[in-house]
Design a binder for this molecule. Structure first.
Ligand SMILES: O=P(O)(O)OP(=O)(O)OP(=O)(O)OC[C@H]1O[C@@H](n2cnc3c(O)ncnc32)[C@H](O)[C@@H]1O
Ligand SMILES: [Mg+2]
Length: 209
């Protein structure tokens, strides 16, 4: 068992609104008061690590030190088997957020064309297996930290489908389903996602009997 949170206030060290919403929902049952790094005006640290664990700890420690309170960070990403696990820890850097015209004439979804382009280069029979990883790091102002890792398996699907969630959700079909994360109700995503998997471990360690 790791060091436990003493108070009920926790700084959520992310600048990603989609993550913040999911983390808030996942923590809601535990009576934790969440403060966001954005609301406190904290700077976004440079993610210089080469693993999810390194980056999650780096983000949590920077926030905990700056705000002098315990902080929770999330480092996550999508890994594609046929691409040797890329983009992985560099998922955010690859997320070329471009909007384009859908058939209805409206701007309607984000293009995740870079990964799709690489899969297409491998040919129509390319293995589209992929997984989302999530590492949650808790850090205290004195530098102490604890990490929890989660993962969910799926398939990279094209074209993107759905409007819920965030990031790469429209191209990720979780194993055992035929719809994308962006088509799943948030409660359902929170039951099976990489973030939910990591949260289950955090909750058992921090709030368990
Ligand atoms: O570092 P912070 O401030 O938390 O925000 P970020 O968006 O930069 O987050 P990461 O560095 O952890 O990069 C993870 C990227 O992986 C993607 N991602 C992570 N979890 C996801 C999820 O549940 N659904 C879809 N995409 C996800 C999304 O594009 C994120 O930008
Ligand atoms: Mg980031």
């Amino acid at each position: 068992m790791s060091r436990r949170l003493e108070g009920k206030r926790l700084l959520i060290a992310t600048h990603n609104a989609g993550k913040l919403k999911e983390i808030g929902a996942l923590l809601a049952p535990y009576g934790i008061e969440c403060l966001s790094a954005g609301a406190l005006g904290l700077a976004e640290p440079e993610e210089t690590g080469t693993t999810f664990v390194e980056n999650a700890i780096l983000k949590a420690r920077a926030a905990a030190k700056a705000a002098q309170m315990p902080a929770l960070a999330d480092d996550s990403g999508l890994s594609v088997a046929a691409l040797g696990g890329r983009p992985g820890v560099y998922t955010a850097d690859w997320a070329e957020r471009q909007w384009f015209e859908g058939p209805s004439g409206r701007d309607w979804y984000m293009a995740m064309g870079k990964v799709e382009g690489l899969l297409c280069e491998l040919g129509p029979a390319a293995d589209r297996s992929c997984w989302f990883s999530c590492v949650l790091a808790l850090a205290w102002p004195d530098g102490d930290s604890a990490v929890y890792e989660g993962r969910v398996e799926g398939t990279y699907s094209w074209p993107p489908r759905g409007t819920m969630g965030f990031g790469y959700d429209p191209v990720f079909v979780p194993q055992g389903k035929d719809i994308t994360f962006a088509e799943l109700a948030p409660e359902e995503k929170h039951r099976i996602s990489h973030r939910a998997d990591a949260f289950a471990k955090l909750v058992a360690d921090q709030f368990g009997a």
